[in-house]
Design a protein around this ligand. Sequence first.
Ligand code: AMP
Length: 431
Amino acid sequence: MTTPTKEGSAAVQARRVLVLNSGSSSVKYQLLDMDDRSRLAIGLVERIGEDTSRLLHTPLTGGGAGTRERTGRIADHEAALKAAAEELAADGLGLDSPELAAIGHRVVHGGLRFTEPTVITDEVLAEIERLVPVAPLHNPANIIGIRTARALRPDLPQVAVFDTAFHTTMPEYAARYAIDVETADAHRIRRYGFHGTSHAYVSRKAAELLGRTAEEVNVIVLHLGNGASASAVAGGRCVETSMGLTPLEGLVMGTRSGDIDPAVTFHLKRVAGMSVDEIDVLLNKRSGLVGLCGDNDMREIRRRIEEGDERAALAFDIYVHRLKKYIGAYSAVLGRVDAVVFTAGVGENSAPVREAAIAGLEGFGLAVDAGLNAVRSGEPRLISPDYARVAVAVVPTDEELEIAGQTFALVERLGRTEQPGQAEPLGQVDN
Ligand code: AMP
């Protein structure tokens, strides 16, 4: 709802940021108050474009009114964002609120140009569009989200926060594939890395947990969600990461193969007669844990292992073996490691994965304390014994908070948090 303001009324110090994460068939949003970094509302629109679309909206102010649900077809991202704006408005948190400082958009691919959060202009949007060929699954949805949000609030700063940005500090020898340079450059083929917002947040939090500054520590971050990636962060700067041109490279993931001999793809085409699109689906959707054992949820895999299921046990061993290889490789890349940090759905919750990934790495100064590892907590914590030379930690990731923080820091730097308090009412519906 709009707070009526008289012409000439005192300007409002806008301290709220709306974070939008637009995927191919979903939009996730969170409204944060940057004074205390609290959530005012969170929501999700899923199955956009299907008859079974669903919006879940949870206001987190005013005594916990509970989650509201809308079902029925939400035709496209524009309709999804408008519906989300209506839900926010119904809680008095509408997009027209003078307290809204900016909208922060998660953008997956920023190429080489976007090394930092960036205020979105027509020119910036055109550049994000130019990157669609290297991020065909992700950037188009991000672009639709940006266009729709700009149409809803053209006057408001909109900031793109790129998944690739944190990795742009990788040295050229880590970012380049060893293929013909002209071909690589003509098609912008290089290792970009993803999950950068999470790696940035978690590596900084890990330094805090160690009681040091980010500049003082070298950490290996293992972001183990349905997608999974590792990074080596030296003094706050990413020097190596496991994802590459696309999020397919690196660790074994829920449905993606991770590292594979590229000749497997020629073989599948020539010998198995598969099309490029079929191979794409195989490696991105039917591989990793799901391809190995039929399940991609680590809880289910552990349950099956307890029951003696050998396929699940082999899938787990392959997953953990790849993790160990990356921990070893990144220890060598960093030279000195202060902490190995687990994050995201699997990393934060699966004690067996953490235990197995670190087991046998005593020679690297790594060990896990079984009691500490078994503790369930939403807080950053150490799980290594006191005697271990290298800390092992669990740090819950928070990409939305990081996007909001980066967005707000930018608009504050630009002096754009002062709103006249006269925004046009938008997307409001009485309900
Ligand atoms: P994310 O992509 O970060 O949301 O992580 C999702 C994945 O985390 C799921 O596919 C599960 O494999 C894993 N996960 C979530 N909760 C647990 C849990 N309690 N124990 C083990 N794995 C979990």
